[in-house]
Design a protein around this ligand. Structure first.
Ligand SMILES: Cc1ncc(C[n+]2csc(CCOP(=O)(O)OP(=O)(O)O)c2C)c(N)n1
Ligand SMILES: [Mg+2]
Length: 573
């Protein structure tokens, strides 16, 4: 360990340790009690603060930042109230197991009075409300311990299985007093889960060879460990179908011609005898039927960096806790040397046809007939995908359902785009996520694909994009509705589905371009498919060449179920 003594205010020390730990950005919303911390942050040229106007956006920026390169992020929110306000998006960070360090400052609610503005009830510690959504939480009392707390928090958060860590720092220490302590300049580097034994990996490879109809199920552990390319080649080698959990579709790109999309649909299409799960947190809907999906599967093999990747397979047949990236790389080597890919030609042909048929039907349902002054969802998906690939590939942060990316056309290439989601599905992620992703992706282009409903949760994030001049393209898939919710209302068998008159899901009379304009963000509305490619190319040129953000509001067919109309049950006058 290399550590160097430093004398400074506790705020200087906290910021200096962030810098020493390689942190480039602090995502934050400010408050008066931490004035000297923000002073120290602004004074240090080696780190930048990114200000969001709501704590949810602070968290969504930080979370998505980590989703690009699996590098940890740091966020600061104001006292107990700011922490409480960020929880909706901390949910996505926790559910996705993302390496985010949350720093809050805390007032003393025990010594003089037990009731102070903006802080938690004295009966609960300052790091208590984040407990259900954090890997670990600590309270820091001694300013000399700040470097240790920060360095340890980053290390814990970014050690697989990743997860958020919260440190609550008593704000009494944020004065002008000079403190001497050690800044930690080195550590063990990145910690990984251990390497699986060759015997274990041979067993998994053997089952991919011997099973009649195996399904490769890949989740977040794959990209977090850098195993995506190996996983993709392993799938191609054995000609196996691929599925992803709905929470993380990045394990193997959806452009892979054997990708069957999300697990719940893939499993019915494939009807596998064996599931090989790599780095996947399998989940359910909290219903008895959750397990029906896998009851008919003869055996399940699972490998992942922690028990969370193995625990939801009842009677698991074969489980290994190990680093996914290494395992995939080694399994591919074993496959190439001992199992000629020609042996799987007929399986591969069959699976490519199966996936292709499935994808075609998915696309057909989203294409339909042309509607005047509307863009069909599949056209939007294709446009985004092809224009971004035309630039060599980029990142798409997605928070919308109207134009689902799992309808994209197949086509593996070096310029395939990377598709990121808010893992927990907690709305309000998309606007901030694009900012965090762009800061991490640096030169790669980023499209923030945001539903109209999603936009309105976090529209003040548009201001952050402008204020810090983050050059990214927002694409609003505007169906004038909470479309996914409207669909569920339509299937519910209640009055709304009987009458086709909907309340609570219609978002009418809102203009995203005007909202953007008010925050200083230029944009335009697209109502026709005619020159949609050219418009997207022009918009991305503005972003990439003029180095500034831009917004496209794309009008899609209504998100209400077919024939549905809007209702309003209450108006005050
Ligand atoms: C915190 C939170 N509140 C409510 C929901 C329920 N919900 C799911 S999607 C959605 C609206 C999505 O609207 P939009 O972004 O327009 O998507 P689309 O129309 O494409 O379905 C809502 C309210 C949620 N997922 N998270
Ligand atoms: Mg919508």
């Amino acid at each position: 360990m290399i550590s160097k003594p430093m004398t400074g205010t506790p705020s200087d020390i906290l910021v200096e340790q962030l810098v020493a730990s390689g942190v480039k950005y602090v995502f934050y919303n400010s408050g008066s009690r931490e004035a000297l911390f923000f002073d120290a942050l602004n004074n240090n040229p080696n780190i930048n603060g990114i200000l969001a106007l709501h704590e949810g956006t602070v968290a969504s920026m930080a979370g998505a930042y980590t989703q690009v390169n699996a590098e940890p992020a740091v966020m600061v929110v104001h006292l107990g109230a700011g922490l409480a306000q960020c929880m909706g998006q901390l949910y996505n960070i926790w559910f996705g197991g993302l390496p985010v360090v949350v720093i809050t400052f805390a007032g003393d609610t025990g010594s003089f009075t037990d009731r102070i503005n903006l802080d938690l009830d004295a009966s609960f510690g300052p790091a208590s409300i984040s407990v259900p959504m954090c890997k670990e939480t600590w309270t820091v009392v001694e300013p000399e311990g700040l470097p240790n707390a920060v360095e340890r928090a980053l290390r814990v958060a970014a050690t697989p299985p990743f997860g958020p860590v919260h440190i609550a720092v008593y704000d009494k220490m944020l004065g002008k007093q000079q403190v001497t302590t050690n800044i930690i300049h080195s550590g063990p580097g990145k910690l990984n889960a251990g390497h699986a034994s060759d015997d274990d990996l041979q067993s998994i490879v053997r089952v991919l060879d011997e099973a009649k109809n195996p399904l490769l199920y890949v989740g977040d552990g794959v990209w977090k460990s850098g195993g995506g390319q190996f996983a993709s080649e392993l799938a191609s080698h054995f000609g196996v179908p691929i599925a992803s959990p709905e929470t993380d579709l990045r394990g193997i790109t959806l452009k892979h011609p054997q990708h069957m999309g999300m697990f719940n649909t893939a499993i019915n299409e494939v009807n596998p005898d064996v599931i090989v799960s790599i780095g996947t947190r399998h989940q359910g809907a909290g219903k008895k039927e959750d397990l029906d999906y896998i009851n008919d599967v003869k055996s399940i093999y699972a490998l992942g960096s922690g028990i969370e990747y193995l625990k939801n397979y009842p009677g698991l047949d074969f489980g290994v806790i190990a680093d996914e990236g290494y395992a995939l790389e080694r399994m591919l080597e074993i496959a190439k040397s001992d199992y000629g890919s020609g042996r799987y030609d007929s399986r591969r042909t069959r699976i490519i046809e199966l996936s292709n048929n499935w994808r075609l039907s998915r696309r057909a349902s989203l294409m339909g007939d042309r509607i005047a002054n509307k863009v069909r969802p599949a056209v939007l998906v294709d446009t985004i995908d092809s224009v971004l690939e035309g630039l060599g590939g980029g990142y798409i942060t997605n928070e919308q359902f109207a134009a689902p990316y799992d309808a994209v056309q197949f086509g593996l290439s070096e310029s395939n785009n990377t598709f990121l989601k808010g893992a927990g599905g907690s709305e309000g992620w998309g606007v901030g996520a694009a900012i965090g992703a762009k800061l991490a992706a640096s030169d790669s282009p980023v499209i923030g694909l945001v539903g109209d409903g999603s936009l309105y949760y976090a529209d003040s994030g548009l201001w952050t994009t402008v204020h810090h001049n983050i050059p990214l393209l927002y694409v609003i898939s505007n169906n004038g509705a909470y479309g996914i919710v409207a669909g569920a209302f339509g299937r519910s068998g209640g009055t709304m589905s009987d009458t086709g008159i909907y309340e609570g899901v219609v978002l009418d009379g809102i203009d995203p371009v005007k909202i953007a304009d008010a925050f200083g963000l230029e944009g335009e509305t697209i109502e026709s498919e005619d020159s949609i490619n050219e418009t997207f190319e022009r918009a991305l040129k503005i972003v990439q060449e003029e180095n500034r953000p831009y917004l496209l509001d794309v009008r899609l067919p209504t998100g209400l179920p077919e024939g549905g109309v809007a209702n309003q049950t209450f108006k005050m006058r």
